[in-house]
Design a protein around this ligand. Sequence first.
Ligand code: TRP
Ligand code: ZN
Length: 891
Amino acid sequence: MTNTTIKSMVQPKAEHHNQPKTIYLKDYQPPHYWVDSVDLIFDLFEDYTEVRSTLCVRRNTGIAQEQTPFILQGEELELRALVLNGKTLDLENFDLTAEALIIHTVPETFTLEITCITHPEKNTALSGLYRSKALFCTQCEAEGFRRITFFPDRPDVMAKFTTTIIADTNLYPVLLSNGNPIEQGLLINNRHWVKWEDPFKKPCYLFALVAGHLIALEDHFVTRSGRLIALKIFVEWENQDKCAHAMTALKKAMKWDEETYGREYDLDIYMIVAVNDFNMGAMENKGLNIFNAKYILARPETATDTDFQHIDLVVGHEYFHNWSGNRVTCRDWFQLSLKEGLTVFREHHFMDDITQSAVSLIEHAMGLRSHQFAEDAGPMAHPVRPESYVEINNFYTSTVYEKGAEVIKMLKTLLGTDTFRKGMDLYFERFDGQAVTIEDFVACHEFVSKRDLTQFKLWYSQAGTPEIEVNEEYHPKTQTYTLQLKQSCPPTPHQPKKNPMLIPIAVGLLNAQGEDLLENKTQILNLTETEQSFNFPSITEKPMLSLLRGFSAPVKIKSPLSNEQLAFLLAHDSDDFNRWDAGQMLSIRIILELIEDWQKSKPLKINNLWWKAHQSLLEDKRLNTALKAEILMLPSSPYVIEFLDSADPDAIFAVKKFLRKEISRRAKKHLLQLYQDNHNTERYCYSTETAAKRFLKNLCLSYLMEYPDKNHMALCLKQWKTANNMTDSLAVLGILADVDCPEREKILEEFYNRWQHDVLIINKWFRVQASSALPNTLECVQKLMQHPAFDINNPNTVYALIGTFSHNLVCFHEKSGKGYRFLADIILQLDTINPQVAARMMTAFTHWRKFDKDRQAKMRSELERIQKTAKLSTDVYEIVNKCLFGTSPQT
Ligand code: TRP
Ligand code: ZN
């Protein structure tokens, strides 16, 4: 058969493949072929899209031979034409499989023209080119580009991209891609086109395209070298009044990165597009970030303080990626933390600078302990740099992101601010324009610090949360204080034994008056051995130990301190983080004792020391507002579960409820006073200070409402009626959601009627109802799934309603197991629509072994039901198998 032109070849369906492959870091090989440039032409239609690409390809002669085939990944594509150096390829020249296009023999350098068809209008996975309402948009990270066209879809293949978009002029007046617009024109049939050129080489995961009827909020930024950058935020027309905060955040981030890291923006235009259907928070595509609308759109009436804060952080995060991720990118996906850990670290650093208090540290520690510690102790545990994966989308985890950021924070602590900055400068300079590894990153810091960081790098390769046992001794005769530290790390999948790590431990020693005894207050100890002692000379009295100040390492501490000592630190430590942390530890101990009592049906009694400590903080007029609020919050339930072997959600709930009621009953007067002191009737404007006041005020209101008597109810209703901002309204809604009373239904209805036109706000309405502890919550969630505002194809509504319910301590874990059955049903349904979202819903099941035997059995049977289902996505397949068998079957 010669010279057969392809009319159309549809890729064969992936034969399900109940055994997807495991990919290993140790198997990494450089690409056989480089792609120097790609020219793309998109012809967008309502029922299909044609993609023509022209690749200039060059053999990687160091590795590949003449007979080495050229392999391009592709998924769910239809191939229409394939032309190599001007000649149409015959069927015998290539193979088309479910995953790839394989061209058997190619010259050393060549041009390849590919025409294919894709169906964005049917793409519910939201990976590749898809439609979000009337908008075309893309999501290519991690492996979405292969769903747009055939391409060597790996981050170490970096090419220069030009992109032409052709579409209907009326439906899609705005046509965007990476880089700068260089040409445009009109065609017949009311169509038009725009051509974009990105001058920077990039991996295809950073490619982006947007087409739609959008309006841009425009502004500009002048870089410190005097270049004028056009800033544009594109949104749907009805949202044009909701972009101001995001624009301010962007300019703040640009300035901050110049001042703090010397990083300047490199293109003449920076674009952000807000879309409603998006799997994650946002995506850092070069010059054209695509955002989940919830991290862009905000007005005082529609967004909460938390929303405003998230917008600052996500806008910052994606902007910071321009250097940590785009200019210097990842060699392969095992190096994901190279860009994500580093960028989250930069984002945290940005937040520390904005908030100027320990609150930023507290919130990061809280996040890590509530999610990452559990992940590190469960069946999905993996090192910051994983060694293997089945589905890379499952590794966008809090280990890679948040623990990865903590690892860099430790590096900064160890090297000191100045040396760390030199290491960063060297990293950006040495690897600009390259795809590199975590080794390369650490090597820069080794070079500038002249230190051997071999042991430090264990943080990247060993999974699990290290635990530190502490013993102390004071010798009055020699006036020496000795601290003995022992480190260990529990076994994790494929890693039964661990080596001791280099752990920076920040310590302070206090005298009986609460004054710091050490020079510079805090000292950093480098713990390197399994067991190690540290001597502090010239300590004239037995000191009080303040350990792990500022959360200097992501570890667990077995504190040797008594409850009295913890209460002392809570009252007096000069390190705000440790004040809070001492309070958390003390509360955890009290909660654990009460859980035992509850399980033995003993009456619950308040611990007087605990109460006195909290009472004095409540009454402390000098204590910073934000810190006071953090301290007055009980430890999160996931964090409590960290301390239990067989968690009973009912017990945890009952005990926390008991403590909250006690605070409410005993401190009523002060709670009311604090409420009044922090209530603000001025025009709303988001700022860290006013947000802290609202946070504390609403916390007080929620405590008071543990006793929903007439007065407290009246206070709630008054706030509801007079609120001039979403934070205060939503606080009332959240409080009433847990109270079985007529006002509850009335206010839920009023809220809905007022905001029904705004999906983002209706998601808040879903969240509030799905997190209610009232016994009919599951039935309510099931009913809400029938609500016109709920859309199973839209990740935001799924996360808001189903995701929230799956983290509802009492109702999801309801004894009969009906919550588990419900979630499993939905996961199976979601898996056929959007595997990434289905896989995220699995998190509620991954810690099933942490619960009591009855609940374990019920969760296990749901996991088994999922596992036995035919045609699971690789996403859910990997998680369910690791949950049940600790591994995927063939590994
Ligand atoms: N790189 C994105 C970030 O800033 C993460 C991301 C966005 C993503 N969308 C995704 C990852 C879809 C996987 C799939 O963190
Ligand atoms: Zn990121």
